[in-house]
Design a protein around this ligand. Structure first.
Ligand code: ATP
Length: 256
């Protein structure tokens, strides 16, 4: 059953930021959360992760209210790679990734924990950074190490907020290949509609805090929906894999 949002609402200063979202996240799949800036994606992800408590409704993990489950049990299941990562932590890269092992074993430095942390670093293509100090990393390196930390947790549910941020196109594709292949339920906020269409099994499209479309990419990403939600005209064709391929049209006709 995995994660289930049931009429989840979260309000700030009287304004609904997440407004009555009900959805079951497909177990084992890669689900993309899309929507314009400020549509509530990060807030919804934080609610799904149990980092925020819903003010209305509930998030269920295998049918149990996430807010009532012991934190350690949740941490063994669910890993989060959030958008903002602190830069002033005086740890090495390996130390940061070993933090992902804490829910499983408070003594992180056993041989097994080390092997798992190093495997996560390799999968994210940052094994060579193991001894580097965290503050010295570039934005893209930090992003990949954060994801390695989440993978080291070996979660059954992995939640990520714009994990492709700071990554060049090759690293974006490598990361999405990795997310599509890992044997967990993965929910990720994405901005790039074409990458979301190519990689995700399911999409959730948010607009002003509401879930306005959900389903496979071909059902969610239509010219009508993209124009209504983003105010952008598109021409949508099918890629060779049968996925939607979006071409964005300029607001005014331009000549070369
Ligand atoms: N604690 C808060 N207090 C007041 N407003 C908030 C709070 N948290 C979020 N908001 C507002 O809620 C809205 C949704 O924020 P959120 O970060 O969830 O959007 P988003 O879809 O992830 O945006 P982006 O694509 O820009 O990252 C924004 O207008 C934001 O300013």
């Amino acid at each position: 059953m995995s994660l289930h949002a049931r009429d989840v609402t979260w309000t700030a200063q009287g304004r609904p930021i997440v407004d009555g979202i009900t959805v079951e996240i497909a177990p084992g799949g890669l689900t993309g959360v899309l929507g314009p800036n400020g549509s509530g994606k990060s807030t919804f992800l934080r609610l799904l992760a149990g980092l925020l408590r819903p003010q209305g409704g509930a998030v269920l993990l295998d049918g149990h209210d996430l807010g009532r489950l012991p934190r350690r049990d949740v941490a063994r299941r669910l890993a989060v790679a959030a958008q903002e990562v602190s830069t002033d932590v005086e740890l090495t890269v390996l130390d940061v990734v070993l933090l992902g092992r804490i829910p499983h074993n408070r003594r992180m430095t056993g041989a097994d924990g080390l092997a798992r942390a190093r495997r996560a670093l390799r999968r994210c293509g940052v094994a060579d950074l193991e001894h580097r100090r965290w503050p010295t990393l570039s934005g893209g390196e930090r992003q990949r190490v954060s994801i390695a930390r989440a993978l080291a947790q070996e979660p059954t549910e992995l939640l990520l907020d714009e994990p492709t941020n700071h990554l060049d196109i090759a690293h974006q594709l490598a990361l999405l290949d990795l997310l599509a292949a890992i044997p967990a339920t993965v929910v990720t906020v994405l901005h790039d509609l074409n990458l979301a269409a190519q990689y995700c099994d399911h999409l959730l499209l948010l607009h002003k805090g509401r879930l306005v479309a959900t389903g496979p990419p071909g059902r969610v990403l239509t010219e009508e929906t993209v124009e209504r939600v983003y105010g952008v005209r598109t021409e949508i064709t099918r890629s060779p894999t049968g996925r939607p391929a979006l071409r964005f049209l300029p607001r005014a006709a331009r000549t070369a």
